[in-house]
Design a binder for this molecule. Sequence first.
Ligand code: AMP
Length: 396
Amino acid sequence: MIKSIDEVRIEGKKVLVRVDFNVPLDENQNITDDTRIKESLPTIDKIIDYGSIPVLMSHLGRPKGEPNPKYSLEPVAKLMLEKYGYDVIFTKDCIGKPAQEAVNLAEAGQVVLLENLRFHKEEEKNDIEFAKQLAMLGDAYVNDAFGSAHRAHASTESIAKLFDIRLAGYLMINEIEYLGKSVTNPVKPFVAVLGGAKISGKIDVIKNLMDKCNSILIGGGMAYTFFKAMGFGIGKSLLEEDRVVLAKLLLKEASTKNVKLMLPFDIVIADSFNNEANCKTVNSDSIPDGWIGMDIGPETQKIFSDEISKARTVVWNGPMGVFEMENFAKGTYAVAQALAQATSKGATTIVGGGDSASAINKMNFQNKVTHVSTGGGASLEYLEGKILPGIAALEM
Ligand code: AMP
């Protein structure tokens, strides 16, 4: 059983909190998007409210196991102070004397932020001795880093087992509640909308959802491999030649399992891969040679929206087209709109991280769906039905 920070009062303690502060930085070390920080503030505030001291640990980027100022978490400490008013003590190393001294000095109301965990190669190796050194800095452990939960690292896995009190923060609990429970035990009809570039990245998601969904709507680049499998000409559209056989098998599996696997009926094609290209809408089986499928067409937008409107649970992962280009973003936005409408009619709607999350945010729809996952890779693995090591380690 996993317990949340609401269920166990962690009073007057030093609490080691694994957060995901892997924020994007520009060339001047300015944080360009602080969503990941903002999302863990409720957990940090709760620990402070308990009269405890949060000792925050995170990775940032890929420093490959050695200190590198480019990947320092110092800008995060600065932002937490300047933008959110936290009294932050930043430590130059996440273990050893600097870290221990900072933790000893910290008083109630303050927050300690440890330097990048990945400055030590032992972090990604899930090294138990490194985990023990981190564990010396706290009396309790909280994991709020869903985005890193699919990785068995020292700060997500080994460390948890060293604490009797190991809890999930609010962000983590929300992900378990929505992404986890809705998918394992969905209220039906359950519709999955899958898009993005390739089938290969989502095979296990499709397979897992095949046993749970009433319908699977497929858009984005992966649709063209299915079209190829159906014998359609696809011009220069994205194709994974080595997945055509798999696409055939998935189509067959869907029909045996009585799952409605819906592919785009019409698509927007372009004569080159850019926003200014000539484009037109054609039926999916009529892509002329040399043209590229870029987005789902208006008829498909309607059909997909209709299917979504009948659902009680919807999971969406992956854009319906090349949504970074304005002229090919309409299908993705139509799906976002359909999710928002379904939510207003009482459906549980879950957006699984990555590009679909950024589309929802771009439309300012994040509050119009039930849950937007914070983890790209982690949310995909959850949809694949995998057990995430960072979550499993919190079981008490
Ligand atoms: P993924 O990371 O697999 O979810 O893929 C996201 C990417 O898929 C986005 O960058 C989209 O531009 C891309 N994408 C979506 N539809 C297409 C398409 N029809 N052709 C090429 N790329 C696409």
